[in-house]
Each structure stands twice: as C-alpha cells, then as structure tokens.
Design a protein around this ligand. Structure first.
Ligand code: GLA
Ligand code: GLA
Length: 713
C-alpha cells in the first residue's frame, strides 16, 4: 500500500464527557489475579488518574479454555467494573498467545526454524503466520469478541495481536514454503524475472519453476544465503504478518466498523522489526512500544525513535502503548530508572507528539517470566516510590490535557533523516564488505549529531513524501531503487540539499550492485548527483599492525569504512581528503573523503566514510556539509536542551517542551509564556533573576519544562 492510500485517522475516545483527554494507563492482566484484587486495581487506577487499559492481550486460554468452551463472564465483569470507574478499554484480539490445547491438537501450526526444528509452544507467538488452521481459530476468536463487545461503550478501540513478528517473523515450515512460492510468483510473475532478480546464474542456483524456489534454510556449515533471496524472505515475513493482522482486523471490522484499530509497533533502541511504513497505512492510529536504552543516549534515543513515530503517523498524534516505569527483566543487566525519569520519559513522548502514555504493565506479576519487570503497581504495593510517581504522572498528564495539548501537532524540522526498514534488513546480510553496518544505528548517530549541533531533525521513511524538507540525509541506506534515485535527483534539482553517507546506494532493491563505480544505484544517476566515483572500499579495524582509523584533512577521524574516491566532477568541491600517516598506510593519502556538488538549483554532499556522531556534529557545525544549523538560543551551550513545540490544530496556542539531554544541570533562559508545569527545574537558581536580562532557570538532569503560549488566533 502506498502511504497516500491509508486508512483514515481515528483516535479512541475516553469515557470523559467529551471523550477527550490524554490517554493514560497500561496493559492490564486481571486474569493473572484472583477477583478480589480487581476492586483494589480499580481503586488504585482512579487514584493514579488512569483512564484507559489494554485488556486481554494474552487471555486466549482463559476465554476459550477448551476448543468447545467459551468463558466471557470474567471479561464481562471486569469490563463492567472498568466502565463504571470511567476507564476505557482498548480490547485485544487476544491472539498473540494461543492455548496449549490448540497446539496439542494441531501441532502443524507450530513454526520451524531454519534448521527445520519445530519451535515449541510455551512462550508466545508460537504459530505460523501462514497456517490456514491457525488463522481459522484466531478469526473465530476475533469474531466472537467483536460480537460480544463491539457494542460495549466501555470498549473504545481494538488492540490487534501484540507486537506482530516479535517471535514468529521467520518461519521455515511447509506452510511458509508454499506461501513464499506464491508470494514470489505474485512479485515476479515469471520465473525468468525471479532468476534475474536473484542473480541465480551464481552458484548454479537457477530455478525452472516456482516449485523449485526454497526458503533460505540452513545449508550446512557457514554456507551463505543468496542475499536477494534472503531479502525477499524478510519482505515475505513482513507481508505475511501484515496479511494476518488485516485478516484479524477485517473479521472484527465486519461486525464492529465504528471503533478504531491499532497494533503496537516496536520502534526503539535496537529494534525496528517490521516495515512500519507499510503497517502505518493499515491502522487507524499508530502505536508504539518503546523501551529505553540505559546510559547517556537515553533521551536522545527516545526522541529519535519518536521522530519516526511522528512521521509514520503523518504528524497525527500517536499512542505509546508500552514503556516501562523502571527496569525491564529481559536484558543481561536490568538498570532501573532514576527517580525523575518515569515522568520525564513519559512527558518526552508527549513532547514528541504522543497523546497516550501507557505502560507494560499495570500490576507487576507475582509469577511467570516477567515477574521482575517493573510495572505501575510494583511488588511493594501502593506504598512505594514507583506508585507515587505513577500518581504524579497521572496528575501531570491531566494538567496537560486540561491545557489542551491533546490533538496539537508536533512542529517539524526542515531536515529529514531518511530511514528504510528494507535497507536495514539488507545491511544484516553477511555478504557485505563489513558485518558491522547498521542503518538504524547510523540514523541515530546522525540524529544525535544534529542535536549536538543544536538542531532537532525529523526521521522519515524513505518511501514517504519528504519533498517539502529543505535537507534530506541518507545514512547507510544501502539499497536504493532507480525510482528512489530519481526522486533524490529531482529533489536536488528543484533546490533541495541531499546528504549521502558512505554505504548508501550500493545496491538496488534486488540487492544487485550498481556497476561503473560506487555508489552505482540509479544506473549512474546517484554518482552524477554526488559528483563522485569510487572504485574500492577500504575497511579498517581487522588488520594487525595497521591503523584502525583514518584521519581526514579537516581533523575528523574515520573508522570502519572509507570509499576510495578516484574521480570527482569538475564542478565539485572537495571539502576534505584523507590525510597523514594512517591514510598513507592505507594508500588513501589525498583521496577525497567529503565532497560537495551543485546539482540544478540544489546541492549534494557526500560523506564517503564512517564517522562517529561527534565528528558528524563537527561537520554540521562548521558548515562543511552546507546544512543550515541555526543553533537555538535555549541554553548557554546551544545543544544541551532538546526543545520541541506542539501547536494546537486551530492555531490558537502552542506548547513548548524543554528537556535536558545530559547528566549535568543546564542554565537556560526562562521561556516566555504562561507556565503550565515544570519538573526538576529551578527558576530562581540563577543570579539573573530579577535583573533586566532574561530570568534563568536551572534544568536538572531529568528536568522537563512545559509552557503554553496563546497565539491570539
Ligand atoms: C573458495 C571457493 C571460491 C570462492 C572463494 C572466495 O576458494 O572455491 O568459489 O568462494 O572461496 O574466497
Ligand atoms: C513487550 C511485550 C509485553 C512485555 C514487554 C516487556 O513489549 O509486548 O507483553 O513482554 O515487552 O518489556
């Protein structure tokens, strides 16, 4: 689906008088607890200001304890209690985790791994997305839920599945094989086109018909998979889950057309599992599960992930379906949140356009695999720091709601960093010059470098329309189609600025290398746009006794990857070359590393080597890339505050959010505007207060300051 043909934006109502308000709550699993706990849950939810829960996500075996028995009574009772308390329900399709009886009766729904081993049940998502048997059971459950709760006024949205693809994205079963053959036939039409696209002349991989097409199984030892086949398998996995989601959604929608649908995406830290540029068109409102990355990149990473969410939702508000009040339990070491982070992180999501703040989960489990995962009501109970913070957050969200934040739109930047999930899958191929390529991490490095330079960029899917931006940046977008390159060239010709990173545009959408010199995508058009031609790739870091970094003439240092640029266009400007003894050791002395090239009314900048975020920031700051970085006067240092703005849909007012990126307190002019709320900021800490100059405030480590200003429209 093209992103322009998407479902209409629909946002779930709350049970407030006008249905409005920032949604606040979490995954609620009452089936893990005896019923006498439920009244206590509701009392505490009201105390905390919770107005929404996501219900029954993993409740299939409780709803359908055997094939022939259905038990909705408990669900009726808890939905009624929640409704009476004014708490809206985002009701799950409950299909993420199937009951054991289903696996016992139909072991043929279990996926297989690449070795052909059966994936056993007992965790969750132990089912084949392509299984017709499983689909029948799942759709039956969807229909029954829709019939029973479609008209229930407490249920205001449908939460489909849960994190589709988390555990069953790659299935090598026979169902998958047959579905893959059909998928390939739909994609390529003829077997000749598939042979061409996969380059099957290599290693005698030619296939005579779609019946000979295989999944990328384990082939013994270290044997390498055809990268084009692997990439199609990734696309196929994405498409099968999206089909499955649509089938579930359609089954419910046939009975209950008037409530919005969503499913929780996984955009955070190391995950960007599915091609959400496609998925976003199939939901009525976009939701995300975000888990924090501990350490100094914590806030930057959160804001970067959220920037992609804002783009996926086409600047409509979006939903934080899950995040954590404190530590998770699934990392080797699980760091808890600092005292202020629960509130700051939640409000940071609001600052980035979220109108719903929810956690995994409401009450911390006493048993099971997630007992040590934090929750809104911790093991310690209501008399706990975490629960008091949860109540503080409820009050803060209420204040923002009352001030009119809900429905306001995030003000966009004039720079877009382009992200492409399919390039991200492609960079994981083991067949590339470096096994360390990571498109998502390079997006984050560029994002953080822009923050260091005082600019908040946007993160936009390559497939979407970014033509209104002034600058687009392509970090490690390995794969570009002819059409992508034409769009980039057209954008530059019309006056845009294109910044292209070292591993961008090496292959097309079939993983075929563009010939004639790197970067060869677009049949030479990308080289023409950039005004460079590179003959070889230089990889450092693996050779004993050789330098593992190469210095450039402007002082920045490249690691990992350098393109050996052997020709630049006459009208190009070489901004920096490789220089010094490391460059000499690698035969790169004097080779152009950073090049700018005018193109039509615009310009392209080429960064032909891997740079870390600090060095990218240097290039942005000193104007090497020609990108305008008007440092915001938010703080004395120019770059330690993240500042975002949301503007009311009718233009009547704006909300400004200020956050401290670092660990040290930052002095910042107290922003003009009617103060709405502030946390961890100290407005009389600076001697300037009371003088003619601007009053200063001190932003503590986890501080968040929000102001509202009427725009008089
Ligand atoms: C072996 C094989 C060749 C080729 C090279 C690559 O020598 O025989 O076909 O794969 O490795 O290094
Ligand atoms: C995911 C799942 C939740 C829970 C959390 C734990 O986001 O959707 O059910 O397992 O992870 O962090």
């Amino acid at each position: 689906m093209n992103h322009t043909e998407r479902r209409e934006f629909r946002w779930p109502a709350l049970l407030t008088a006008d249905g409005r308000g920032i949604a606040y709550g979490g995954d609620y699993n009452p089936d893990q607890w005896p019923e006498h706990v439920w009244d206590d849950d509701i009392r505490l939810m009201r105390q905390a200001g919770v107005n929404t829960v996501a219900l029954a996500i993993f409740s299939w075996s409780k709803i359908q304890p055997t094939e022939d028995t259905w038990d909705f009574d408990w669900l009726d009772r808890i939905i009624a209690k929640l409704g009476d308390a004014g708490i809206a329900v985002d009701l799950a399709s409950a299909t993420a985790s199937a009951p054991m009886w289903l696996y016992e009766k139909h072991p043929e729904v279990l996926p297989k791994d690449r070795y052909g081993h059966v994936i056993n049940p007992g965790s969750r998502q132990s089912w084949r997305p392509t299984s017709p048997v499983f689909r029948e059971y799942a759709l039956e459950l969807c229909r029954r839920l829709a019939e029973r709760y479609g008209g229930n006024p407490t249920v205001t949205a449908w939460h489909m599945g849960n994190e589709y693809g988390w555990n069953n994205r790659s299935d090598y079963s026979d169902d998958a094989l047959h579905a893959f053959r059909a998928w390939c036939e739909r994609r390529y039409g003829t077997i000749a086109r598939l042979n061409e696209a996969w380059g099957t002349a290599f290693w005698s991989q030619h296939v005579n018909s779609f019946d000979e097409v295989l999944l990328p199984y384990h082939m013994g030892g270290d044997a390498m998979v055809n990268p084009a086949q692997q990439l199609d398998f990734e696309r196929f996995g994405n498409d099968m889950l999206l089909d499955f989601y649509k089938a579930e959604r359609d089954a419910i929608e046939a009975v209950c057309p008037d409530k919005p649908f969503t499913t929780n995406f996984m955009v955070s830290t190391d995950q960007c599992c599915m091609d959400y540029a496609q998925w976003a068109g199939e939901v009525d409102f976009v939701s995300n599960d975000h888990y924090f990355h501990e350490g100094e990149s914590h806030l930057d990473e959160l804001v970067c992930s959220d920037a992609l969410m804002d783009a996926l939702s086409l600047n409509h508000p979006w939903y934080v379906m899950e995040h954590s009040t404190s530590a998770v339990q699934w990392k080797p070491l699980n760091v808890r949140k600092r005292h202020g982070e629960l509130l700051r992180d939640s409000l940071a999501h609001v600052a980035m356009g979220a109108d719903a703040i929810n956690f995994f989960q409401w009450r911390q489990s006493a048993s099971g695999a997630e007992a040590f995962h934090s929750a809104m009501v911790p093991h310690a109970g209501e008399d706990s720091r975490v629960f008091r913070r949860v109540c503080d957050l409820g009050a803060a969200l209420r204040t923002l709601s009352d001030a009119g934040v809900q429905g306001s739109r995030l003000v966009r930047s004039d720079t877009a960093i382009l992200f492409d999930a399919q390039s991200e899958w492609a960079t994981r191929s083991r067949t590339l010059p470096s096994g360390d390529l990571n498109h998502w991490h390079d997006v984050r490095d560029w994002y953080r470098a822009f923050l260091d330079a005082g600019v908040r960029a946007d993160v936009v899917p390559l497939a979407y329309d970014w033509s209104a931006y002034r600058t687009v940046v392509l970090p490690t977008v390995l794969m570009l189609s002819d059409d992508d390159v034409r769009r980039l060239a057209g954008f530059a010709a019309a006056g845009g600025r294109v910044v292209v990173g070292y591993a961008t545009g090496l292959v097309d959408e079939t993983f075929r290398v563009g010939l004639g010199g790197y970067p060869g995508a677009g049949d030479g058009l990308l080289r023409d746009l950039l005004g460079v031609r590179s003959e070889e790739v230089n990889i450092v870091g693996a050779a004993d006794g050789e330098p593992d970094a190469v210095r450039l003439s402007n002082g920045v240092v490249s690691r990992l990857w350098q393109n050996d640029v052997t020709a630049v266009a006459d009208d190009a400007t070489v901004v920096a070359t490789y220089d010094g003894c490391e460059a000499a050791a690698w035969e790169l002395g004097g080779v152009p590393a950073i090049v700018r090239h005018p193109y039509g009314k615009g310009e392209a900048s080429y960064v032909g080597c891997d740079l870390d975020r600090h060095d990218i920031a240097v290039l942005l700051d000193d104007g090497s890339l020609g990108v305008a970085v008007a440092a915001l006067p938010d703080d004395a240092d120019g770059s330690r505050i993240i500042h975002t703005t949301r503007i009311a849909d009718d233009g009547s007012c704006r909300f400004d959010f200020y956050m401290n990126r670092g660990h040290e307190p930052v002095a910042m002019p107290w922003p003009a505007g009617e103060r709405v709320l502030a946390f961890g900021c100290d407005d009389d800490a600076d001697a300037n207060t009371g003088h003619d100059g601007p009053a200063m405030c001190r932003m503590g480590r986890d501080a968040m300051l929000v102001t509202k200003r009427n725009l008089g429209r």
